[in-house]
Design a protein around this ligand. Structure first.
Ligand code: MSP
Length: 511
């Protein structure tokens, strides 16, 4: 059985910004962790290319929508490469392959008698690609996410009978593990309790979409088509395009990781569509908060985004990953402020983890001929060994519960306590007396061993820093043997060479 995890499929109205990178990095860390835990992972990402928003963007640039999509889609894959995102499938919803799957799926939903023609009247936000529930002063009302006026719609559309699934959806969202975190789940429970209304799944005013079979002028509503990208991604490598091939490729997904603005689509509409078509439901929808700037959602439409390329060239991958994973609790909003970013990187990575490695390996090199001390009895009966075990257990529990911020803090706290242990033992004083040498060896070994475990625990979160720690300790993580087994105390080879030190993380300066 595969472990399938998905990012949202990003709109190609613009290139990725830090908000898109955020979701993708969290998914990447989870995917890396699951692989280390021995699971067969399928990590899906991609782009959502249809709809009015994209059509308009292409028109603005006087460019054919497909060419526009090709260009932006390439920028997404380039970005994912730059950020070393370990995805397995990249789905594009303008592909022929995807269209086949959408058409077959539609056929199934129709067969369940869940489609009918109706008239859709209402206020539409093109930014959200969503109808809004009759806001007051609708004509002057601005969508709080996109700060744009709504547009009035009155047209014939196909509808999906969402209302038929009221009790089934209630049951699904009542399961506390389906929507996480809790606050997000409560929002959805509240929304569903007001009664589900059928929603329109076709458009007559949008040419840039998948044509509805047998209905001239109708294209599928972008969300109806886009959600299916998660399924069609699963048969990307098959020669034959078919819904069944896709389902057999690993459906259902274990996790959809998404932002809170698109939770309704994933936790309400999508399950109903899947039940209607006879497909299994995803196991979990994880809704994260927004990255904000000055308290407002960072967004392509608002133009207040941080350019990931700039951040990458200035700081490198791992510092940005650490900030996004450790400083923002999944589900909460997080404001990106340069000062805080610099402080966190300098305190956590440079002063705590980097310094721990540096000072201990320097001592060991100086006192023990450039080597890890030898003749040390690696007993688990010491405070760092016990702390290491507690840390590993906590970290695994937190990661399994997708509390990546807490798992990161577990590592950091272990590093802080290891530094305290060193300060407390003061081996630089003890070493002055020959009779203390066996004890000093034990202290240095314990600290180096803790650092090795810290490096290993960092592997899914900060892969580069983790590798650098390994290199400095002269002990490369062994891909061929289980990662969890390598988290056991006492595996650092005694008497092995410690290479020349180099800085594993540079201190950052304020802007
Ligand atoms: N195309 C839809 C998703 C379809 S999934 C089948 C879409 N695209 S989007 O590009 O607008 O947003 C993609 C994801 O990025 C969403 O989960 C959204 O919440 C997230 N983010 C966009 N801006 C963000 C921030 N400022 N902060 C965090 N996440 C943000 O919606």
């Amino acid at each position: 059985m595969s472990f399938v995890i998905t990012t949202p499929l990003y709109y190609v109205n613009d290139k990725p910004h830090l908000g898109s990178i955020y979701t993708t990095i969290i998914c990447d860390a989870i995917a890396r962790y699951k692989r280390l835990m021995g699971e067969q992972v399928i990590f899906i990402t991609g782009v959502d290319e249809h709809g009015l928003k994209i059509q308009r963007k292409a028109n603005e640039n006087s460019i054919d929508p497909q060419i526009h999509c090709n260009q932006i889609s390439n920028i997404f894959t380039e970005n994912w490469m730059d950020w070393d995102i370990t995805y397995d499938k990249f789905i594009r919803t303008s592909s022929k392959h995807h269209e086949t799957v959408v058409n077959e799926f539609y056929g199934r939903v129709k067969k369940s008698d869940d489609i009918y023609m109706g008239v859709q009247k209402g206020w539409y936000c093109v930014g959200c690609e969503e109808f809004k529930d009759n806001p007051e002063n609708s004509s002057t009302y601005k969508c709080p996410i996109h700060q744009k006026n709504l547009e009035w719609r009155n047209e014939e559309n196909l509808f999906f009978r969402l209302s038929k699934y009221q009790s089934q959806i209630e049951e699904i969202i009542n399961n506390p593990t389906f929507i996480q975190p809790k606050e997000r789940r409560n929002e959805i429970i509240n929304f569903v309790s007001k009664g589900l209304k059928d929603f329109s799944i076709s458009r007559t005013n949008v040419a840039w979409g998948i044509s509805v079979p047998g209905l001239d002028k109708h294209t599928f509503y972008v969300w109806f088509d886009a959600l299916l990208g998660y399924v069609s991604a699963l048969s990307l490598d098959e020669k034959e395009d078919s819904l069944n091939k896709a389902i057999n490729g690993g459906w259902p997904a274990n996790i959809h990781l998404i932002g809170k603005d698109i939770l309704r689509f994933h936790a309400v509409y999508w399950p109903a569509m899947l039940i209607s078509a006879g497909l299994e439901l995803p196991k979990k929808v994880l809704g994260h908060g927004f990255l904000t700037r000055e308290g407002q959602k960072m967004g392509k439409s608002l133009g207040n985004v941080l350019d990931p390329k700039l951040l990458l060239s200035k700081y490198g991958r791992d510092p940005v990953r650490w900030f996004l994973i450790k400083d923002i609790s999944l589900g909460n909003d997080g404001d990106f402020q340069n000062k805080r970013f610099v402080d966190i990187i300098n305190n956590d990575l440079a002063n705590t983890i980097g310094n721990l490695l540096n000072r201990t390996s320097s001592m060991s090199r100086k006192w023990f001929k450039n080597k890890v001390p030898n003749d040390v009895k690696t007993t688990e009966n010491n405070e760092l060994a016990s702390l290491s075990k507690i840390t590993v257990d906590r970290y695994i529990n937190n990661f399994n519960a997708y509390k990546l911020d807490l798992a990161s803090s577990d590592i950091l706290n272990f590093a802080i306590n290891t530094n305290l242990y060193l300060n407390d033992k003061q081996p630089w004083i003890l070493i002055k007396q020959d009779s203390n040498i066996p004890y000093v060896k034990e202290i240095i070994y314990n600290v180096l061993e803790s650092t090795r475990i810290i490096g290993l625990l960092l592997l899914p979160i900060l892969p580069e820093l983790s590798a650098k720690i390994d290199v400095q300790l002269g002990c490369i993580y062994k891909k061929e043997s289980p990662w969890q087994g390598q988290l056991k105390w006492g595996l650092l080879n005694q008497d092995s060479e410690l290479p020349n030190p180099f800085p594993i993380i540079n201190k950052l300066e304020y802007e």
